[in-house]
Write a protein that binds this ligand. Structure first.
Ligand SMILES: [Zn+2]
Length: 401
């Protein structure tokens, strides 16, 4: 829903309900998924707490993440997305919005102290994992809440934010966005360069997902610490889709020591799914041409319903996710690939068989079948992401804010 790929309303209108993780994983895969720490770079469950009052313990009103299902799947450290829409940049209130969301997740942890704990460091993640609970590290999606003031960066560090996705769907005061044709900075803004430096000093990971190619290049030129792409896949499979990483950038992230966390949204995985909304818009335009007038919203909904019957949404598969992992490993190396599923953030566009956080053993089976050994699987599941976070901590420098 947040990704400007308007598949969700359409898919729901077509009456397609999310399926469960239906393929039964092997015992070995279940064991591996529970033996090692699984880090997910991007889970959008907080948005559902805000908009629907979702209960992250019981799963009531969440789509894809809750305690029970995370435990079943072996998920240990999902980064909770403190997502602030790009519209706040102009309208104001971005910082307040982020503060409210952080407060909500603090509330979840306080309400269920036997299940959840906010994690402020990789050490916390390991301790919380050992205690049998789920760690909730915080990542901020969109730098708008910084509001051009490094004091706010320190404020959000103190509140627990450990990565910031510098921009979201629009260019902001920090950086250009892959989704925005207006590349007003040609990469990072002058303040964006200062911000990256300050993030390095504080120990906040720089997240290059959503950024334009130019902005990612700028970040990599100046950062003193490894970066993350918290939820991006490989552009090789979706040519022209700047939101995914080119092989060249994937290589540079590897050279920087960073980690590429693969996004599960079908539109990130296959060209067919990526182009789906374009095809539907084209069909709609052709229909309007035939009718000789613009359709009303009711007419559009009716048209889409009929169109979907002959053009079902092309859900990606486990094999597609594995193809992206293989490609990322081939280009960036086994030490630079992780997972950033985007659960609860991409509507019902998740791959068949990977529909919610119970799915990690299914992925592990796929990795085993593709020949990854246990050590390599451990790296992909969470080892690489935790290593990068630790390196970012080590790169900290004292400074005044
Ligand atoms: Zn996103």
């Amino acid at each position: 829903m947040k990704h400007l790929l308007p598949v969700l309303p359409f898919v729901l209108a077509a009456g397609v309900l999310p399926a469960t993780a239906d393929a039964a994983p092997s015992e070995r895969a279940v064991e591996i998924a529970h033996k090692y720490i699984i880090v997910d770079g991007h889970v959008d469950a907080p948005m559902h707490v805000v908009t629907k009052g979702a209960d992250l313990s019981t799963g009531e009103k969440t789509a894809e993440f809750d305690f029970e299902r995370a435990k079943e799947g072996g998920l240990d450290a999902p980064f909770m997305s403190i997502y602030v829409a790009a519209t706040y940049e102009e309208a104001g209130g971005a910082k307040a919005r982020a503060d409210i969301l952080i407060g909500l997740i603090e509330g979840v942890a306080a309400q269920y102290p036997d299940k959840y704990e906010i994690a402020y460091s990789p050490k916390d993640v390991r301790r919380i994992f050992k205690a049998g609970k789920i760690a909730l590290p915080l990542g901020m999606e969109n730098g708008s809440p910084i509001e051009g003031d490094l004091k706010n960066l320190k404020h959000f560090y103190d509140r627990g934010i450990r990565y910031i996705t510098l921009a979201h769907s629009k260019s902001n005061h920090i950086s250009d966005s892959s989704y925005d044709d207006n590349k007003r900075w040609g990469g990072l803004s002058p303040f964006g360069f200062q911000l990256v430096d300050a993030m390095n000093d504080l120990g906040i990971m720089v997240d290059v997902s959503h950024l334009s190619d130019g902005a990612i290049e700028d970040v990599l030129d100046v950062t003193r610490a490894p970066v993350i792409a918290s939820h991006s896949s490989m552009r090789h499979f979706t040519p022209g889709f700047e939101r995914n990483l080119s092989d060249e950038l994937a290589k540079k992230i590897s050279d920087n020591g960073g980690v590429i966390m693969i996004n599960y949204g079908s539109a990130f995985l296959t060209e067919e799914a990526n182009k789906y909304s374009d095809a539907r818009s084209a069909a709609q335009a052709a229909e309007e041409e035939k009718l000789g007038h613009k359709m009303t919203s009711d007419e559009i909904a009716a048209f889409r319903e009929v169109w979907s019957e002959s053009n079902p949404y092309p859900f990606a598969t486990l094999e597609n996710v594995l193809d992206h992992i293989d490609r990322a490993v081939e280009i960036a190396g086994i030490d630079h690939v992780g997972l950033g599923t985007d659960y609860d953030g991409v509507g019902d566009s998740l791959p068949t068989g990977l529909k919610d956080v119970r799915s990690f053993p299914v992925l592990v089976d796929g990795l085993l079948e593709r020949g990854y050994d246990e050590a390599a699987i451990e790296k992909i599941l969470g080892g690489n992401s935790l290593r990068v976070w630790e390196e970012v901590e080590k790169a900290r420098r004292k400074r005044k804010f």
